[in-house]
Design a protein around this ligand. Structure first.
Ligand code: GLU
Length: 306
């Protein structure tokens, strides 16, 4: 099996302990199998990306003892690849313009599925007559481009979660602002970079059937997936800045060394004992995916144990 792995942060903020823990795990999965490990900077969302985080995130990964093969690639420099993939889908008649606003989509989705519905696109613009869609596009009406998924029900297999099946909605490929959407870019990059196993936070588990469908339609071999548990704040919510000292910078300011942070992460994964400070390399021999905790790690205040 191809076990080449990657970590693909978005430079929209500092990495927190949850991101660092996922990065450590992705590194352990790849390196324990003697595979390549790549870093990819997912910087397509130009409104939210801040350049300083690119360097800071790489510094943090290095500081906790991770290494990677080659220079990190940046999605903003790979738009030609996404454009080519989009054209392939267009040639197959699998792409249509969508003129709906977010509000319209929310209203239509909740009318169909009730208030709690996940934001699933109900396919309004898929039913527009082609001439009508062309007229509105030519008139310069703002629009996204969506995949004609035709209600495909897709099963993806995850190493930790087993089979995940869902009906794929007509996902956005190009956003209204012209940016290539995450789901398209991630599938193209993972395939083009030869990634065999995608290790990432389990908040992305539900997107996996969508990405599996895109892989199939683009003729890429599917990678395998391992979605790892998230880190939660003491209130049970997904870890965030408001939970206090959660970044490497915060923790070093409190007197913790990066090595102690790595050890803390390792303890949370059952890979180290209190008092030990193993490097990621020293964790390789202890790492067994089958014994990973399946539950989120709930960070307890007071924060770092000494
Ligand atoms: N860039 C995404 C994020 O930071 C991760 C994408 C992925 O791992 O597939 O949430």
């Amino acid at each position: 099996m191809n076990a080449d792995g990657r970590f693909a942060p978005s430079p929209t903020g500092e990495l927190h302990l949850g991101n660092l823990r996922t990065a450590l795990l992705a590194w352990l999965f790849a390196r324990s199998q003697g595979a390549r490990f790549l870093v990819r900077i997912e910087d397509l969302d130009s409104g939210r990306v801040r350049e300083r985080y690119v360097a800071e995130q790489l510094d943090d990964l290095r500081a906790i003892g991770l290494d990677w093969d080659g220079e990190p690639v940046r999605q903003s420099e790979r738009k030609r690849l996404y454009a080519e993939a989009l054209e392939r889908l267009q040639r197959e008649g699998l792409v249509y313009p969508c003129f709906c606003s977010r509000r319209e989509i929310r209203e239509a989705a909740s009318a169909q599925h009730g208030e709690d519905a996940e934001l699933v696109y109900p396919g309004t613009c898929a039913r527009l007559a082609p001439a009508e869609a062309r007229r509105r596009t030519a008139a310069g009406e703002p629009h996204a481009l969506r995949l004609r998924a035709e209600g495909a029900v897709v099963t993806a297999v995850d190493r930790l979660h087993g089979e995940v099946t869902r009906a794929v909605d007509d996902i956005v490929l190009v956003r209204r602002d012209g940016a290539f959407a995450y789901n398209l870019a991630v599938v193209v990059d993972d395939a083009e970079q030869g990634i065999g196993e995608i290790v990432r936070g389990d908040d992305l588990l539900s997107s996996t059937p969508r990405q599996a469908l895109l892989c199939d339609l683009l003729g890429y071999p599917r990678p395998s997936w391992a979605h790892v548990p998230l880190v939660l704040g003491p209130d049970g919510q997904r870890l965030a800045k408001r939970h206090g000292a959660v970044t490497l910078r915060d923790l070093t300011a409190l007197g913790m060394s990066p090595r102690q942070v790595t050890a803390w992460l390792a303890r949370s994964l059952g890979l180290a004992e209190p008092g030990e400070e193993p490097s990621p390399r020293e964790l390789l021999a202890r790492f067994d995916p089958a014994r990973l905790p399946r539950e989120p790690w709930v960070l307890e205040p007071p924060e770092p144990p000494a």
